[in-house]
Design a protein around this ligand. Structure first.
Ligand SMILES: *Cc1c(COP(=O)(O)O)cnc(C)c1O
Length: 372
């Protein structure tokens, strides 16, 4: 693709740091893992960070560490990445989908309470596209019903809610560092929490259920190998050093798009500013007006593609995925999720996108959506 949807920003310094690890014999379980974890926990303002090999494995460990299992229900959005619901199903618990707020695209707090049953154990809230969810109400509801709150902050590193960085404002949270995220480790993730018991448990599960006795062949839990290498962490440390500049740059790209697309009548553009929040720009997703349906949207994606411009269909609702269909026959309707998902278009969005590229994307899109 001439203009890709996303692209990691790798500097010479990043390359130096990675090759530096390759010159040592500490490729895994070396000093870079702990260094990355401390940098993440400092940045987020959490007492603990545990680095893992993906956001998905981080979400799975949250579910395991909270003791959520068969028969339990977890409230999740369907307008999200499939890993959100899969992590619940890995432990044979049931994801219960709740609809979203049409503006922020996050879980709608006013619908959460109706979805709570005696089996509900947790709310897994996603800060969609880097926009923090309405945490005050969500935490209140959770407290009232004795539920855990898991934050999926995989798209939202550096985002703030009421002046605090998201991730560890609930019981436990997760970041992800796949190359399309704000910062990358290649593959990677981190679990963050202020609860030392949860932290200990996650640490143990990540490393084959080993306890901290230091005995390599002492396994006290059914654990996993969800470790991340020092090579990945070295990249993460360098990327995190530049995060302020990265987030500023991404916000300025979002603003450039908004200035051009603001007055296009058939497009609903994302809000640049929302009360109580600082957005960490993960993607720039616009929505087509009611005049368009999913087929029309998909035609636009294909036309843009034939001109060398990649667009994303974020998100395809989880409850409509083939692996979720059968178990979901009794699922209540999710009209906002389905409406928004069928009309959303994520535009090319990466740190090094050039102004001419932004203009070309907008111009081509406007030509394609113009009536007649
Ligand atoms: C990226 C992402 C994840 C984790 O993805 P991995 O590829 O496993 O690192 C989880 N949830 C959301 C919402 C994401 O965007």
């Amino acid at each position: 693709m001439r203009i890709p949807l996303s692209a990691p920003e790798i500097t010479e310094q990043d390359i130096e740091a990675v090759t530096g690890v390759l010159r040592t014999s500490n490729l895994s379980l070396g000093p870079k893992v702990g260094e990355f974890e401390r940098a993440i926990s400092d940045y987020v303002g959490a007492s603990d960070a545990i680095a893992v090999h993906s956001g998905t494995s981080g979400l799975h460990l949250c579910i395991r560490a909270l003791g959520i299992s068969e028969g339990d229900e977890v409230l999740v959005p369907s307008f999200a990445f499939v890993a959100v619901a899969n992590a619940v199903r890995y432990e044979k618990a049931t994801p219960v989908f709740v609809d979203i707020d049409p503006q922020t695209l996050n879980l709608d707090p006013s619908l959460l309470e109706k979805a709570i049953t005696p089996r509900t154990r947790a709310i897994l809230v996603v800060h969609t596209f880097g926009c923090p969810a309405e945490l005050t109400s969500i935490l209140q509801i959770a407290r009232r019903h004795g539920l855990f709150v898991i934050e999926d902050a995989c798209e939202a590193i550096g985002a703030e809610y009421e002046g605090q960085r998201v991730g560890a404002l609930g019981d436990v949270g997760v970041f992800a560092f796949y190359p399309n995220k704000q910062i990358t480790t290649g593959e990677g993730g981190a679990v963050v929490t202020n609860n030392s018991e949860i932290a200990l448990k996650v640490r143990k599960l990540r490393n084959q259920g080993r306890d901290d006795s230091g005995e390599w062949f002492q396994h006290t839990e059914l654990g996993y190998n969800y470790r991340i290498s020092d090579i990945n962490c070295a990249l993460g440390i360098e990327q995190l050093k530049r995060i302020d500049a990265i987030l500023d740059r991404r916000e300025s790209i979002a603003r450039q798009y908004s200035v051009i697309l603001r007055c296009v009548s058939d497009l609903i553009i994302p809000a640049m500013v929302l009360p109580r929040r600082k957005i960490s720009w993960f993607v720039y997703a616009v929505r087509l007006s009611r005049r368009f349906d999913k087929e029309h949207r998909d035609w636009i994606v294909n036309e843009m593609k034939s001109r060398g411009i990649a667009l994303g269909r974020y998100f395809a609702p989880i409850h409509l995925q083939p692996i979720y269909q059968p178990s979901d026959s009794g699922q209540t309707a999710l009209p906002v999720t389905e409406f928004q998902a069928s009309r959303s278009l994520a535009l090319p969005f990466f740190n090094r996108i050039r102004e001419e590229e932004i203009k070309e994307v907008c111009q081509t899109l406007v030509e394609l959506i113009r009536p007649g």
